[in-house]
Design a protein around this ligand. Structure first.
Ligand code: CO
Length: 212
């Protein structure tokens, strides 16, 4: 019996064969360059694969994933991805996609220690504190967790807008829209939270950054 890791490599060969049967030139263009229209910032959760749930192909979506789809402005990894996506690839849309049932968000709602990851979860706890009046008023724990997931996405969209990378693109009139979505692991449906940001006007004035 084949082990599980060998199964992945076999699947890969089968996938290549299928794609080439559909289109013999499938890899030709992809080998030379990528021209994705979207940057996806999603959770690392194995149940939320960006391409599969949006019906997109290799080359369509530039992807960054971390625990609870966070936009942490001191995270060099996120900033590097964002910078490359906006300044070089010139993506037109950035989607922050959270998901209901997110373990990171649920852990941030509780008080248990988990070790090193507590430092990451603290960014999510800050979101709870900003919105504690609304969240504390929701008595049902599951409903509160679902709303917390949504508010976390809204805050991460805000955090994208606060970056000089995004604001400088807007100043140059580069088309760039920020979106907040939530995927439901129970039925596979993505909910658009309608928090579209497309200029600095959509941000609180204190975050506006002017160049010297
Ligand atoms: Co998650």
């Amino acid at each position: 019996m084949k082990n599980s890791i060998q199964r992945l490599l076999d699947n890969n060969k089968a996938w290549v064969k299928t794609e080439l049967q559909k289109d013999p030139h499938f890899f030709d263009e992809l080998a030379n360059s990528q021209n994705p229209e979207f940057l996806w910032i999603g959770c690392s959760d194995s149940r939320v694969p960006a391409n599969q749930i949006t019906g997109t192909k290799p080359g369509d979506v530039f992807v960054h994933r971390n625990i609870a789809n966070m936009v942490v402005h001191s995270d060099m990894n996120m900033l590097s991805v964002l910078s490359y996506a906006v300044e070089v690839l010139k993506v037109k849309h950035i989607i922050v996609c959270g998901h209901y049932g997110c373990g990171g968000v649920m852990a941030a709602m509780g008080n248990q220690q988990f070790g090193l990851i507590d430092n990451w979860l603290r960014h999510i706890k800050d979101v709870y504190r900003y919105h504690h009046t609304e969240l504390d008023a929701i008595k049902d724990k599951d409903q509160r967790a679902r709303r917390f997931v949504e508010l976390n996405v809204v805050e991460q969209v805000n955090d994208l807008g606060k970056t000089s990378i995004v604001q400088n693109a807007w100043k140059k009139k580069q088309p760039l829209n920020l979106h907040g979505w939530v995927y439901d692991v129970k039925d596979g449906i993505i909910k658009d939270l309608d928090v579209t940001f497309s200029s600095t006007k959509d941000l609180h004035a204190v975050y506006h950054l002017e160049k010297q």
